[in-house]
Ligand binder design. Sequence first.
Ligand code: NOJ
Ligand code: NOJ
Length: 484
Amino acid sequence: MVEGASSGIVVASPSTEDPNYFYTWTRDAALTLRLLIDSYIHGNTGLGSLIQEYIISQARLQPVDNLSGTFASGAGLAEPKYYTNETAFEGEWGRPQRDGPALRATAMIVYSKALMAASGDNNATVRDVIWPIVSNDLNYVAQYWNQTGFDLWEEVNGSSFFTTAVQYRALVEGADLAQALGETCDGCTSQAPNALCFLQDYWNGTAVISNINLQGNYQRSGLDCNSILTSINIFDPESGCTDSTFQPCSSRALSNHKAVIDSFRGNLYTINSNLGPGEAAAVGRYAEDIYYEGNPWYICTFAAAEQLYWAVHQWNTTGSITVDNVNSDFFNDLVSNTTNGDYASDSPEFTELTTAVRDYADGFVAIAQKYTPENGALAEQYSRENGTGVSARDLTWSYASFLTMEMARNNTLPQSWGEVEANSVPNSCQASSANGTYVEPSATSFPAVAGDPSGGGSATGSAEAGATSSAAASRVRPLVRWEL
Ligand code: NOJ
Ligand code: NOJ
């Protein structure tokens, strides 16, 4: 795919200096693959072989020992990045990063479910080719979820909200896949509730404090787009506004959205000056960021929109919207004098609020659009002063985040991961761990797939939404300009 990279390896950016991102990050790759897999499921059939090459590449990559640890102990699975020829990177880095194995497991589980839902029988393929890889990652998560590590920004050593959340999700769907295959993941079942229990610790009553248990002195408020990325990554289209899992429409996630976006207002970014509350803004990682002088990031700006599109989906499917003490400041920024209450979908308040939220979401997209150059290139960041591209050019994750936002805007739904069955928080939290075993995956190529898992309709949309057609999915491409 990319010159200088092995088959199936996702390169973070073609930039080889200032900064050099010509590596493969487990996180960036898994998030990108999840987008491609969702797009494939919605009818983008051409992506099948790419997805399979990715899976086989990860079978080769998992056993590579590295500075995070050995494969035999599982610890090596949390190495954040590798050379694109699949060898270990041995420079200094913020390691380990424990979100990677969870995100990779999730991507492969989503694909596995699509294969198993196809008309042909692909169970043996999933069991023999994909499960051994997924099982290593799930074992890793079940064993190490309760240990501190570096956050997704590779800077802070501690517990990271994003990491705990994606670990919880992977354990939940991992348990389901194991069962469907007649395999086992005892650690998934035993540790998922513990991870969910721990997830509650990041909530302070108004916002998510994205980094806790810090091992070192970091000057951070904890308001971080980490938390908004979390909401879109553990969104479940069948769920309601669950607070415990910070679903996009949950009171917690809305209150947090306001707190995080507000932290980017004021004098922080020139391009945000003169914006009032409730007006969309350019969004960065966190206000104290100094990397490349600290700028807005495309992934964070798109995520701010994406959370809100999914929230609207959830209100539409649950048939009501609730304004309460936790989320009322969020709503009052958009529609003043909104009073607390439950508003059914046939009420004028429901229409007014959901319309305002969708318009607000469109505002974030419009800002990213305004600061995208004519040729559509998405760098990692855009300048806080004038909106021109900053840091790595053509960041794969930036494009992926645009496309997942677009799917949300079109209500092109991902599959459920089972949140509804797994969202109740145990009464007391157990800081435990399940010992894992790690076995070198043997697959070196991907067998032919039976039936057609793409466009097979395994991802169902709600009737009122109606935008889950493959026509919508076929528009998923590294799009350069877009119309609102
Ligand atoms: C510091 C940045 O903030 C971090 O996110 C990045 O990954 C590393 N430097 C390496 O480029
Ligand atoms: C720096 C970001 O902080 C990190 O999240 C990402 O994985 C790498 N760049 C590669 O894109």
